[in-house]
Design a protein around this ligand. Structure first.
Ligand code: PLP
Length: 408
């Protein structure tokens, strides 16, 4: 007899929205204030300064009251003109959605990627990161310098594969090409190492509901001087998204429209938490979590969606289910029995894989519990497992705890 009502905490293990820490929920619950009053100006200046540290940039970061999709559109609308050629790279479902948006905006995107399917029957390009040499080769062919921007996804949330952004910058420079570099780090920022200035990125797009541990509802464009310069002459219509008025008013901590006041309280708290811990520690923690979850997947004997060990995501792990096991039926069963939400297979991966998030308000034990929920679900679905993922994950986390005790 199963309990008819779930009790305890729901396990939100999708790769964003991520579980929100109590500290942040409490900050968001403060009374809403006058967004033109003096108290707000101080909050605005604080979050604008803090968010630059997280993007690792000295340049302006624009904050929108919108989901990540809005910030994608903002980025393109500010720097592009109708019909502009854009080189985009197919790493998965989110790269595909961004490319479709470019088409809808009247741009001419070219979609580069690895061709073919591999022995799992899945597209190769959705199991690997961006191959910078393909970008370099394509830019070298563009002798007329028609391509206006290169767009890539840093942490492809649909697959659990990251891409080497510094390598993409080197590829553009090696080809001697003036294209802007635009990067979606919606699910990478504040979990995976990200350096807007050092990696020479012109526009970085991000969102609130992943590594920043906030609810959905705000998103970001981090800019470079070159991107700001381009936005002055670019011809796509832009009004709400236009950087110039926002950057101007942000100098005093205000916005030209009503900002998302309570989420900005939450952002201030999130920035305090991230900077108190230290960004290098935050990145190392996610790497350790990801390695623990991968050790479980390996013990089960299942392949990860990411086929290149050098670029496993620290944020999520995609797991390919055996032939004949519907990953969505498995997810439904795990949700019903154990009140645990896992990410679905998106686009070309539908039914073939599921995604385990390891970000947000988590710790070693919540991740062991997630692994236990998945392992029970796999067994209930009749999947033959090579070994215990729970035992492997416990081993991983215990050995790290022992190493930490030795260091102290
Ligand atoms: N890009 C990436 C990499 C994402 O993970 C997401 C959402 O999960 C988006 C874009 C779209 O963002 P949103 O759903 O907040 O509009």
């Amino acid at each position: 007899q199963l309990d008819s009502h779930p009790t305890g905490r729901h396990f939100l293990q999708i790769p964003g929205p991520s579980p929100v820490p109590d500290r942040i929920l409490r900050a968001i619950s403060l009374p809403t204030i006058d967004h033109r009053g003096p108290e707000f100006g101080a909050l605005g200046l604080k979050v604008l300064a803090g968010i630059r540290q997280v993007f690792q940039t000295r340049h302006p970061v624009v904050i929108y009251p919108a989901s990540g999709t809005g910030a994608w559109e903002a980025a393109l609308a500010n720097v592009m003109s109708p019909g502009d050629a854009v080189l985009m790279y197919e790493t998965g479902h989110f790269a595909t959605l961004w490319q479709k948006m470019a088409l809808r905006l009247g741009l001419a995107p070219e979609f580069l990627g690895l061709s073919g399917i591999d022995d799992t029957g899945l597209p190769r390009s959705w199991r690997h990161g961006v191959q910078a040499e393909l970008i370099e080769a394509r830019l070298r062919q563009d002798t007329g310098k028609k391509i206006r921007a290169v767009c890539v996804v840093h942490n492809e949330t649909s697959t659990g594969v990251t891409s080497d952004i510094a390598a993409v910058r080197r590829a553009i420079d090696a080809a001697g090409h003036p294209a802007l570099l635009m990067v979606d780090s919606i699910s990478g920022l504040a979990s995976a190492d990200y350096r807007h200035d050092e990696w020479g990125v012109d526009v970085t797009i991000s969102g609130s509901q992943k590594g920043l541990m906030l609810p959905p509802g705000i998103s970001f464009n981090a800019l470079s001087p070159k991107a700001m310069e381009r936005s002055r002459t670019a011809k796509l219509p832009k009004a709400f998204w236009a950087w110039d008025e926002i950057v101007e008013m942000n100098q005093s901590g205000y916005w030209p429209y009503t900002p998302n006041t309570n989420l900005l309280y939450g952002l201030a708290e999130s920035l305090d938490m991230l900077l108190e811990e230290g960004l290098p520690q935050v990145f190392a923690r996610h790497q350790r979590w990801a390695a623990g979850v991968r050790s479980a997947v390996q013990a089960w004997g299942l392949p990860t969606q990411c086929a290149d060990p050098a670029v496993h995501s620290p944020v999520l792990t995609g797991v390919i289910t055996p032939e004949g096991v519907d990953a969505d039926a498995l997810r439904r069963l795990i949700h019903e029995r154990f009140d645990l939400s896992l990410g679905t297979g998106l686009g070309k991966l539908k039914g073939r894989m599921f995604r385990m998030g390891h970000l947000g308000d988590s710790n070693d034990l919540t991740l062991v519990a997630m692994v236990a929920g998945v392992e029970m679900g796999l067994k209930l679905s009749g999947v033959k497992l090579a070994g215990s993922g729970v035992a492997a994950a416990m081993e991983h986390f215990a050995s790290h705890a022992a190493a930490k005790a030795l260091r102290q």
